[in-house]
Ligand binder design. Structure first.
Ligand SMILES: Nc1ncnc2c1ncn2[C@@H]1O[C@H](COP(=O)(O)OP(=O)(O)OP(=O)(O)O)[C@@H](O)[C@H]1O
Ligand SMILES: CC(=O)N[C@H]1[C@@H]2OC[C@@H](O2)[C@@H](O)[C@@H]1O[C@H](C)C(=O)O
Length: 406
């Protein structure tokens, strides 16, 4: 069987840049094999990144601006796709996640929300309010990426899952299942991006697919990055290797206080984003820290502890049993202090990275969107209802075939 050459494009909640992965794929599920030919992160132009972060933080924009930003993101995604395949025969397919700028889980009360309360018709609605579908908006339209690159592009992966009652996230669990499950060993695959998310993979036997679990664990690096930027007056954007936090000590009463927050108690399926774990949340944390007169290093250690403890506590609360092994991925897998804290909290669980299981920890999410696009073209489902909360498995993604001249 000839491999299919696919480009996966992803920019996550850290908004640090576009991860591009050029892969060759064969097989479909248990026989799925992926070879990473090239992987690279292309930073966003500074002005575009600032604008995206402003929108994510709730800044108002006009429809004209929204359209312009949608296309500006599509343009840099298309450039990333062009660049990653230099020196290789061209890819036949692109899977582009785009840039999340807004995410609202399902079950949100439309009528009680202050924005919608003013615009809803006043008469009794015939629809089953107040439980609404989720809403998740990714910018960087696939139509433009396809037109600029001349390559069929699949985008908007989350909407089909949301349409059947799901969160539209996390979507990687099905990919993790086929790339990283083990015949004898139960594993957790823990992504630590801006937001953290886990896939629990039982040993690959009998009814294993039905026992997989997945959810967003809460903050990954989002609060830590914001705190580093605050304490360094913008000179640093993240805590390299976790060394700043490692020079401080966590304030455990504060970690306990923060962990009592609703999101951490909520059972899966659940998803979150910068809407919750963003600037406003950090300001609350910083205010709490004042009462304990913590140094910047102590604050960073305390926030890192929140990430580590929220991950480990959620395993104890929501997994059928603890895994033998934890495989880290995402930028936070390079944070040695965080890794050390996870090792201590997890005691007998082995902590490695997905690199050590043969899948790039840095580019796993970009690889996942290449696979989801490939499954889309084969008419195969991409979501795992137990992880997203959807009513059923669905084929994910909107197809933008190549039409006309570039
Ligand atoms: N050497 C390092 N040491 C510590 N942290 C690092 C290092 N390299 C990257 N990071 C962290 O990883 C973050 C980027 O991670 P990643 O690209 O996986 O996030 P993302 O994909 O944007 O987020 P998400 O998975 O939530 O969508 C950076 O913002 C930084 O906090
Ligand atoms: C709405 C959105 O973009 N969610 C991201 C985010 O970043 C991590 C976590 O929150 C995860 O749920 C998801 O991304 C991965 C790729 C996913 O869907 O599995």
């Amino acid at each position: 069987m000839h491999p299919t050459r696919v480009i996966g494009l992803m920019s996550g909640t850290s908004v640090d840049g576009i991860d591009a992965a050029l892969v060759e794929i064969v097989g479909t599920d248990l026989d799925l094999k992926v070879e990473l030919l090239a992987g690279k992160t292309y930073p966003y132009p500074a002005a575009l990144r600032e604008k995206i972060l402003a929108i994510c933080g709730g800044a108002p924009i006009s429809m004209a601006e929204l359209a312009a930003i949608d296309d500006a993101i599509a343009l840099v995604f298309a450039q990333a796709a062009q660049n990653i395949q230099v020196g290789y025969p061209p890819a036949t397919l692109i899977g582009s996640h785009g840039q999340t700028v807004y995410h609202r889980p399902p079950g949100f009360s439309i009528s009680e929300n202050s924005v919608s309360a003013n615009i809803l018709p006043s008469h009794q609605s015939p629809f089953p309010y107040p439980q609404s579908l989720g809403y998740s908006l990714q910018l960087g339209r696939g139509a433009l990426i396809s037109r600029l690159t001349g390559i069929t592009t699949i985008s908007n992966f989350r909407v089909a899952d949301i349409a059947v009652g799901g969160h539209g996230a996390p979507l990687v669990p099905r990919v993790d299942a086929y790339l990283l499950s083990h015949p004898q060993e139960a594993r957790c695959i823990q992504n630590v991006g801006g937001i953290g998310n886990v896939t629990y993979l039982p040993p690959r036997r009998d009814d294993w697919l039905n026992q997989i679990r997945g959810w967003d664990t809460g903050p990954g690096n989002s609060l830590l990055d914001l705190a580093v930027q605050y304490f360094s007056n913008g000179a640093k954007s993240y805590d390299e290797n976790g060394s700043w936090a490692a020079s401080g000590s966590p304030c455990y009463p504060l970690v306990e206080k923060w962990l009592s927050q609703d999101y951490f108690r909520l059972p899966p399926p659940k998803s979150t984003g910068r809407e919750l774990f963003g600037v406003t949340y950090l300001h609350q944390c910083l205010q709490d820290c004042q009462a304990y007169q913590l140094s910047p290093a102590d604050v960073l250690a305390t926030i890192t502890e929140l990430t580590a403890a929220s991950i480990v506590n959620s395993y104890h609360a929501f997994l059928p049993r603890m895994p033998k092994c934890l495989l880290l991925c995402g930028g936070g897998s390079q944070n040695l202090y965080l890794k050390h804290r996870l090792e201590l909290l997890l005691k007998s669980v082995k902590v490695l990275t997905t690199d050590e299981a043969g899948v790039s920890a840095e580019f796993k999410e970009a690889i996942a969107f290449a696979i989801l696009a490939y499954w889309r073209q084969l008419g195969l489902p991409g979501n795992l209802p137990v992880a997203t909360g959807a009513d059923q498995e669905v084929v994910l993604g909107e197809v933008h075939p190549v039409t006309g001249d570039k």
